[in-house]
Design a protein around this ligand. Structure first.
Ligand SMILES: Cc1cc2nc3c(=O)[nH]c(=O)nc-3n(C[C@H](O)[C@H](O)[C@H](O)COP(=O)(O)O)c2cc1C
Length: 280
């Protein structure tokens, strides 16, 4: 039997991410405000990943200068992360487009459809953050070319749902666009686990601050070490051991907790509570 080299297997697993980014590795740099500037971004791109400038609170003039300076340090592709609440979002998008920035990452909240359209009409690919499955689908309908799902482990992130939970909620249902996973991913075997988790070549990990949060890492390990905790189904009296599996009695996959038409934050905190083991 022919042996396939580990590198070939990896390339197959994250091919879709590589194609999307145009890089050797499907590793999207998590932008960090005041940190992801020309030197870090160009170093990441030169090393085969995809560096991303964090615009943060920069003015259009400052962003313009940072893009020019980054382009002077690398001939590899890089992107720009824009915060959607920035009062000059449209001007910032235009600055990116004027420099032919290929990928614009709209972060810090849900982008409006006009911002996505503006970036796409100018020729850029748009990446958006999806905090729930329903919002992931909406962002794709609005034109997002790729999604990032980012768990509570992520530096500076305040959402309550862990990366592993979000991945299980969202990955199995998104086929149309590549999905990047962020939050608490600091080792190659964690990258591999997500790549192999669902539909090879759909997901790829994004490298960011590589700074594990010890307390949350402990919780993740405890959850993944044994059988997942049993979870009551709200529509029937049966219990299931995994929240995305189909309930044998009510035939739903979401067990009511996910299908509540409530606000995003409340849906997420309900989801987080629902998998917590009962104290013994
Ligand atoms: C200091 C700092 C600043 C950040 N600034 C941004 C930002 O401007 N835009 C953004 O989308 N994410 C920002 N993030 C989140 C990172 O891009 C990344 O998604 C996150 O750190 C990944 O999780 P990890 O820290 O567990 O690797 C920031 C994170 C840190 C630690």
């Amino acid at each position: 039997m022919d042996m396939i080299s580990p590198r070939k297997q990896l390339d197959t697993l994250w091919q879709r991410g590589r194609d999307f980014l145009g890089t050797e590795y499907a590793i999207l740099g998590g932008a960090m405000t005041w940190v992801s500037e020309r030197n870090l971004v160009s170093a990441l791109s030169n090393a085969g990943g995809f560096g991303v400038i964090a615009c943060g609170a920069m003015t259009p003039e400052l962003l313009d200068g940072e893009i020019v300076a980054t382009a002077a340090l690398t001939d590899k592709p890089f992107g720009v992360n824009l915060i959607t609440m920035h009062p000059q979002l449209d001007e910032l998008i235009d600055v990116c487009l004027s420099h032919n920035v290929g990928h614009i990452i709209l972060a810090g909240g849900l982008p409006g459809a006009p911002a996505i359209k503006r970036a796409k009409d100018g020729g850029a690919k748009v990446v958006c953050f999806a905090p729930t499955l329903s919002l992931a689908k909406r962002l794709i309908r609005q034109g997002a070319d790729a999604l990032v799902i980012e768990g509570a482990e992520a530096g500076g992130h305040i959402g309550p749902v862990a990366t592993s939970i979000l991945a299980q909620e969202i990955l199995p249902h998104i086929e149309d666009v590549p999905v990047f996973i962020a939050g608490g991913i600091g080792r190659g075997d964690a990258v591999l686990a997500y790549l192999e988790m669902e539909r090879p070549a759909v997901s790829s990990a994004r490298c960011s601050s590589a700074r594990p949060n010890p307390s949350r890492t402990r919780i993740s390990r405890r959850r993944s070490s044994g059988r997942p905790p049993a979870m009551p189904c709200r529509r029937s009296s049966s219990t299931r051991s995994f929240r995305l599996s189909r309930c044998a009695r009510c035939r739903t996959t979401r067990h009511g907790n996910f299908s509540r038409p409530s606000a995003r934050s409340s849906t997420r905190s309900v989801a987080a509570r629902s998998i917590r083991p009962k104290p013994s």
